[in-house]
Design a protein around this ligand. Structure first.
Ligand SMILES: C[S@@+](CC[C@H](N)C(=O)[O-])C[C@H]1O[C@@H](n2cnc3c(N)ncnc32)[C@H](O)[C@@H]1O
Length: 354
């Protein structure tokens, strides 16, 4: 049905109903419903296995099927007299992202996002009335610890499920990638982007820069991946500390995704990036920008409004490219990438003059 055929109130009613779908997924994760459904089962079989109410298990499975997480099919009844019974199994998306044994398991990342957004929604009214609450002196330290915890949890899951495949796709468009030797993954958290780029391109060495607490996680992952001879870590605050080099040589590729929203002065960090690149080197920056088209703007804002209300930076479409041009980057390309699970991100590739 096209949007013109929908009742104008439908999208607002859908907002009121969204917590039911969110809770259905939340309950499925909490009750461990996806694991047994790796093999198709009837609602009765599943309910018996997990000690659940049979009737309401059937209702929940029907909604999860409607949400695209499960597949539904008919199976001949055991006694062959009662015709067929309905069985539910995992759909592709359920198997890839919500089965705990999957390498792209994203259950914790989804739960984290859902809880954070619910919490942020609860603050919104007061933030509009009173503005952002001032953060105390311990704020940066606490934030660095929270990012380190994220690097062990939801951020690693996000990287395996989305950021790494997106990064591999994005660099495959870049003529510079095949010849790149020195990479910086700026604000790289657990470091999986650097690790997978290094695996893809055997001539690549590099550095993962992040808060000291977070890069210890990256260092562990690099060691476990057997790449400690090519990748190292550097801990610091990008707003104040130097961002290093590879063995004294400038970087020829800098990857920076979803980091600059968190720094107080984006332009200052971009100037630092420009200085750290060798002539002809490229920055790839993936980040959210607010679009001019209303529905697309709402899609971005539903995730980033809480950050804006805390006083963080989220620019409008084209802002980042304009700053990069102004401070001296050249050959700037911009495109939207839908390979990220929240709203599409803007990808800006910008080069230092050769
Ligand atoms: C949203 S995560 C993105 C991580 C990674 N780039 C990705 O796309 O998966 C933001 C990262 O930026 C790092 N970060 C934020 N502010 C920073 C700062 N001032 N200095 C160093 N790292 C920072 C955080 O620790 C975190 O790892």
């Amino acid at each position: 049905m096209s949007p013109e055929q929908m009742h104008p109130l439908q999208r607002y009613w859908a907002l009121a109903a969204a917590p039911i779908q969110a809770e259905a997924l939340s309950a499925a994760l909490a009750l461990g419903i996806f694991e047994p459904l790796a093999e198709p089962r009837t609602p009765d079989e599943l309910a018996a296995q997990l000690d659940l109410d049979s009737r309401n298990t059937a209702h929940l499975l029907e909604l999860l099927w409607g949400m695209g997480l499960l597949e539904r099919s008919a199976r001949l009844a055991v006694d062959h007299i009662g015709g067929s019974v309905t069985v539910y199994g995992l759909a592709e998306v359920g198997r890839a992202y919500f089965l705990a044994v999957s390498p792209t398991w994203s259950g914790d990342a989804w739960r984290y996002r859902e809880a954070r957004l619910r919490q942020a929604a609860g603050l919104l009214r007061d933030q509009v009335r009173q503005g952002a609450q001032a953060e105390g002196g311990q704020a940066l330290e606490r934030m660095a610890e929270q990012w380190a915890a994220a690097a062990r949890g939801q951020l690693a899951q996000d990287q395996h499920a989305a950021t790494v495949p997106a990064a591999l796709e994005i660099v495959s468009r870049l003529p510079e990638f095949a010849a790149a030797t020195n990479l910086l993954d700026l604000g790289g958290g657990p470091g999986w982007v650097a690790i997978e780029l290094a695996r893809r391109q055997g001539g690549l060495s590099g550095v993962v820069f992040d808060f000291p607490e977070a890069v210890t996680v990256a260092a562990e992952n690099i060691a476990a991946a057997g790449l400690a001879d090519r990748l190292s870590v550097l801990g610091g605050d990008v707003a104040v500390d130097a961002i290093g080099s590879v063995g004294g040589s400038d970087y020829d590729l800098i990857w920076c995704s979803s980091v600059l929203h968190f720094v107080p002065d984006t332009e200052a960090v971009l100037r630092k990036i420009l200085a750290a690149l060798r002539p002809g080197g490229a920055l790839i920056c993936a980040h959210a920008e607010i679009c001019d088209e209303p529905a697309a703007a709402a899609e971005v804002l539903q995730y980033y409004l809480p950050m804006l209300m805390q006083g963080r930076h989220v620019g409008h479409r084209g802002d980042m490219a304009a700053v990069l041009r102004r401070i001296g980057f050249c050959r700037i390309e911009t495109f939207a990438s839908a390979l990220f699970p929240m709203a599409p991100l803007q990808v800006v590739v910008a080069r230092k003059v050769a």
